[in-house]
Design a protein around this ligand. Structure first.
Ligand code: NAD
Length: 257
């Protein structure tokens, strides 16, 4: 399967799942545009190194996904894209009565509104070329809820709704729009929490992962960034041409419960 000749934008991709998705798309031959809100030399070096490793063009374009104009400018600066992966996301945990308003606004902006802006900016080019793949990285929390995560759960459910609406607006035009819903994924951020959890619970690594961190994931195994990346690559393959407006869970059975 080759994505040679396709340009992919992956929002929020200087770490974690976004970087894993960029890695998988580059390995399939796509040109990749990495993004986050920072503009450090190491961000640009990360893109250059990833591109060199896979023999593809790669750039880092800073843009703050809390700002609609910057979301749209990201697409314009990239020169449009054939593959758009809306991955940037943030979380905050609090009972709803105490949930800080600014956190609610930021989560809705990054997790939901950024996808509205990037999709609106990317679609005209996709339509002109008669081919496009939009993948929204939602979450198991796009399909189920947990307490104290009101903004995150609301934003991820809304992104699934946006995915379905965009799929209907683009059906039959060579463009698909789907959401990938990961369960708990082993990102560097999650990996960093394991030693602390081991200490707090007095458990070894395997037990703390199985009994504490992955209680809701029936497989009792983390999903990996490679698996999420592979799912995105599949959605960009010809086998997925008629898959649109749906969700694919990568959650070890979480949403089957
Ligand atoms: P992460 O914190 O490693 O990555 C988030 C990325 O978004 C980073 O690159 C960060 O720089 C970027 N980002 C944050 N705010 C931004 C902003 N204002 N503008 C631009 N970029 C911004 O987290 P992750 O776990 O890799 O999460 C990636 C996506 O996957 C998120 O949408 C998250 O909700 C979703 N997800 C993660 C898990 C998990 O277990 N890790 C599970 C389900 C869904």
């Amino acid at each position: 399967m080759t994505l040679v000749g396709k340009r992919a934008i992956i929002t929020g991709s200087n770490s974690g799942i976004g970087l894993g998705v960029a890695e998988a798309l580059a390995a399939a031959g796509a040109e990749v545009i990495l993004n986050s809100f920072t503009d450090r030399p190491e961000d640009h070096e990360l893109a250059a190194e990833l591109g060199a490793r896979h023999g593809v063009a790669a750039r880092y374009i800073p843009a703050d996904m809390t700002r609609g104009a910057e979301c749209r400018a990201l697409v314009a600066t990239a020169g449009g894209c054939d593959i758009l992966v809306n991955n940037a996301g943030i979380q905050f945990v609090s009972p709803i009565e105490e949930f800080p308003v600014e956190k609610w606004d930021a989560i809705l902006a990054v997790n939901l509104s950024s996808a509205f802006h990037t999709i609106a900016a990317a679609l005209p080019g996709m339509r002109a070329r008669g081919w496009g793949r939009i993948v929204d990285i939602a979450s198991a929390h796009g399909l189920t809820a947990s307490p104290y995560k009101s903004a995150y759960v609301a934003s991820k459910h809304a992104v699934v709704g946006l995915t379905r609406a965009v799929a209907l607006e683009t059906a039959g035009q060579g463009i698909t729009c789907n959401a990938v819903c990961p369960g708990y994924v082993l990102t560097p951020l999650v990996e960093a929490q394991i030693p602390e959890q081991m200490k707090v619970h007095g458990m070894d690594r395997e037990t703390v992962i199985r009994e504490v961190m992955l209680q809701r994931q029936p497989s009792r195994q983390f999903a990996t960034t490679e698996q999420v990346g592979g799912t995105v690559v599949f959605l960009c393959s010809p086998a997925a041409d008629q898959i649109t407006g749906t969700t694919i869970s990568v959650d070890g059975g979480w949403t089957a419960l």
